[in-house]
Design a protein around this ligand. Structure first.
Ligand code: NDP
Length: 307
């Protein structure tokens, strides 16, 4: 086949729409979470073209429908192994869950990244009920409310400063006695008097039945516990790119994100392209993922014309 797409978030389906319209007859393997991270969100209010917002799963269904309209074949299955060829023009092999071998001239990797969670049962229960891993997606729902952000890296600072413009109070919960975030990012915090930082603190429990009403924290030096009343808890403890099956086959950075050439989706493997969060730890938005999905289809089309 000409083009195989792995992963079915906004990047994967947008790549499929463009590839199908270019008559590349793409096949998309959806992976274990068809629709990707947006299927765990409720309202998507920041995707252009939906003035009233749209339900995350509905948006992904519509993207799927749009991809199928132009002839994309959607396989509800996942790829468990890949064997990339290093030679331009030769076929790449991938294997689906049941061991079926598939050969493709071009492959577009759109497997995304997953936000890390603490793993507490009380936290898992309240995902979508006040526990979120995306301030840009969900911050709006906490207007003038008190929220907390867990983490001390660049993402945590970015999330906290974003929320500080919307919420009345933002408490950062940091497990060490210092922030990991760059000095430039840390300086941003000083501009927001409504952000406070609790160092050496960890969250033991998220309180609430259906909605978050607070968190139980522990000072990891003194072992003192306390409760903080909040309505929103934002996790910012990092993301894990979904690149396990590509290890050793393609160039990645030290965190496992696939490296693409600047302003393109080209990887170090001829005919293999990467789009969306799997190659982007900076922006991570549905619309930026969709944008790079489009780029990947165009890059694949150009590559196919060359070989
Ligand atoms: P990081 O890995 O840099 O930071 C994760 C933070 O979460 C750390 O403070 C870490 O603590 C904390 N943490 C991890 N696990 C837990 C846990 N179980 N409980 C409590 N705290 C925990 O991830 P980021 O997402 O912040 O950043 C990823 C990369 O993206 C970085 O390279 C960053 O520079 C970059 N980035 C850059 C941005 C920018 O420049 N605008 C914006 C966003 C990201 P500890 O320090 O103790 O390990």
């Amino acid at each position: 086949m000409d083009t195989l797409i792995i992963g079915s978030g906004p990047a994967g389906y947008t790549a499929a729409i463009y590839a199908a319209r270019a008559d590349l007859k793409p096949v998309i393997y959806t992976g274990l979470e068809p629709g990707g991270q947006l299927t765990t969100t409720t309202d998507v209010d920041n995707f252009p073209g939906y003035p009233k917002g749209i339900d995350g799963p509905k948006m992904m269904d519509e993207l799927k429908e749009q991809a199928e309209r132009f002839g994309t074949e959607v396989k509800i299955d996942f790829i468990s192994k890949v064997e990339f060829s290093k030679n331009k023009g030769s076929l790449h092999k991938v294997f689906s869950q049941d061991g079926t071998e598939i050969e493709a001239k071009t492959i577009i990797i759109c497997t995304g990244a997953s936000a890390k969670y603490l793993g507490l049962p009380s936290e898992q229960k309240l995902i979508g009920g006040g526990v979120s891993a995306c301030a840009v997606c969900d911050g709006f729902f906490y207007k003038n409310q008190e929220v907390a952000v867990i983490g001390g890296g660049d993402t945590a600072v970015e999330e906290a400063t974003y929320l500080a413009k919307i919420c009345s109070k933002v408490t950062m919960i940091v497990r060490k006695d210092h922030l990991r975030a760059s000095k430039a990012m840390q300086n941003r915090i000083t501009k927001y008097p409504n952000i406070s930082i609790l160092y050496n603190h960890e969250v033991e429990e998220v309180i609430g039945d259906n909605l978050v009403v607070g968190i139980k924290t522990i000072n990891n030096l003194t072992k003192e516990t306390s409760e903080i009343k909040i309505t929103g808890l934002f996790l910012a403890i990092g993301h894990t790119p979904n690149t396990e099956i590509f290890k050793g086959q393609i160039n990645m950075d030290e965190s496992g994100y696939i490296i693409t050439e600047p302003k393109s989706t080209i990887t170090n493997i001829p005919g293999v392209f990467a789009a969306g969060d799997v190659q982007d730890k900076e922006y991570r938005q549905a619309v930026t993922a969709a944008g790079t999905g489009c780029m990947a289809a165009l890059d694949a089309e150009r590559y196919l014309q060359e070989i």
